[in-house]
Design a protein around this ligand. Sequence first.
Ligand code: SF4
Length: 247
Amino acid sequence: MSTPKDQPDFVTRANDEATAHGLAHEVIPPDPHGTIGTERFRRSLTWHIARRPGGLVALAIQYGHLRTWVSAGYAARSRDGIHDLLDVETARATIDTVADLNADLKDGIGISGPAARRAITAATTAPQYTGTVITARQARQILANPHLAVYDNPHTLLMCVYKRDKALCHRGLKDTTSLDQCVPACANIARTDQHAAGLQRRATVLDQRAAQVPGPLGERLRSNAGRLRDLADAHYRTRTTLQDGTA
Ligand code: SF4
């Protein structure tokens, strides 16, 4: 893993490579804030972990592991170092998730699924946090708030509004979600119009692939496409919105 003190060497090497290959547009420009220090490096790292696609999910699943892994190089630092930063960035990403949902719902986006109502409730709490500076203490409170345990899962095109006793992925054996083992019948699932549109897009891609593949494999792709379309159709049949008063 690269560290801040490697940064000048890395930039020089990357720029030499870009120049040697005639890729002037890929040269890393000078940093207007100067050479990156440990503090900014750690902040950037945690920001990206929390916000990469599925990053909040990754943090939720691997939180303990990541805290160990990321902080390994900073062993001398105590609880107020990288751990607090991870808390703050995870809490911020959590708030971003519910704030985005809140904005979408206000814009008329529809939501469906057994956990739709809980997702709406979580979304309504977002305004009290948005625009405020989150301290490490507040971050821990946010992360401990079960009503804010909302994870967007782009892989399965759904939102997990986590409630431990309803989770089918681990049947109450763990404290965190197992989004990589999500069960379609789970009562923690909510879907928005964006998820449904994503299901339809994915179904189209599968159908296109199926057209290129004869035999059982093609059939399987078509069947998967049909399953995704059924999920999208179920969403559009049952969706509610804030504006129609049924949400
Ligand atoms: S099975 Fe339920 S609790 Fe588990 S990830 Fe899927 S929606 Fe969340």
